[in-house]
Write a protein that binds this ligand. Structure first.
Ligand SMILES: NC(=O)c1ccc[n+]([C@@H]2O[C@H](COP(=O)([O-])OP(=O)(O)OC[C@H]3O[C@@H](n4cnc5c(N)ncnc54)[C@H](O)[C@@H]3O)[C@@H](O)[C@H]2O)c1
Length: 245
């Protein structure tokens, strides 16, 4: 059992799926835990977790959310950038607005939160864990914009790790395969997804099933803990073997 008592952990995008599981894992490990998410209606303390509503793609809103967070905490040890949306569309179907929205949530939010949190992370010699995707490393038809956003998160992670290594701040990302979350289920609502059915998608994972949010949360927890003290600039695949071939 990991003991992160005394650590302050912020999950950006943690109201559901992988982020909610990560928040639960850090809380269970004894960390003070806060969550930013667009799905929240108001600031509140829910079973010991501080919830703050914010659109993470909006720089003014992100600034305001961190100002509110600093009223509760005077520092930060772990930032998890997990907010993400999917866009299932061919290039011809992808509008400029949809592209901007996707990049705003999946990529710009990572930039905005890292920028806001870095001064505190330098003081605490803390760390950042970003959620990318196995689709950062392979192509996927109808996911052109999504794969581009996640590949960018991987190289953002590597370059920021270089920038901050001398300050003792580690930066890593986790690259999940298909995980059974609301985001994934929305792809298949009443239709075949671009990868066919859920069973077809499962077939792309040699492990023979979808991942569970808790299985990705445990990778995030590891990366955010002292157990990963020599790990920085890493893109950890947790994809059930999707990218082995
Ligand atoms: N589920 C998968 O198969 C899978 C695979 C690889 C990577 N991922 C990545 O994992 C992360 C979590 O995805 P998930 O599957 O748990 O999805 P999810 O939809 O369950 O959770 C995503 C969370 O991000 C929040 N969010 C979305 N837009 C936001 C915004 N503008 N501001 C603030 N919060 C916002 C949502 O409200 C939600 O709570 C995403 O970055 C996703 O791209 C998921």
């Amino acid at each position: 059992m990991m003991d992160l008592t005394g650590k302050r952990v912020l999950i950006a995008g943690g109201a559901s799926g992988i982020g909610a599981a990560a928040a639960a894992a850090f809380k269970q490990a004894g960390a003070s835990t806060a969550v930013f998410d667009i799905a929240f209606k108001e600031e509140r303390l829910a079973e010991g977790v501080l919830e703050l509503p914010v659109d993470l793609s909006d720089s003014d809103a992100v600034k305001a959310a961190f100002e509110r967070l600093w009223r509760h905490w005077d520092g930060l040890d772990v930032l998890v950038n997990n907010a993400g949306i999917e866009l299932v569309a061919s290039l011809e179907e992808t509008t400029e607005a949809a592209w901007d929205r996707l990049m705003g949530v999946n990529l710009k939010s990572v930039f905005l939160c890292c920028k806001a949190a870095l001064p505190k992370l330098k003081i605490s010699r803390g760390c950042i864990v970003n959620t990318a995707s196995q689709l950062a490393f392979v192509g996927a038809g109808s996911f052109t914009a999504y794969t581009a956003s996640k590949a960018a998160v991987v190289n953002f992670t590597r370059s920021l790790a270089l920038e901050t290594a001398a300050d003792g701040v580690r930066v890593n990302c986790i690259c999940p395969g298909a995980v059974d979350t609301p985001l994934l289920r929305r792809q298949f609502e009443g239709k075949r997804g671009p990868q066919g059915t859920i069973d077809d998608l499962i077939g792309l994972h040699p492990i023979g099933r979808l991942g569970r949010p808790e299985e990705i949360a445990s990778c995030i927890l590891f990366m955010g803990s002292p157990l990963a003290s020599f790990v920085t600039g890493s893109a950890m695949l947790a994809d059930g073997g999707y990218t082995i071939h």
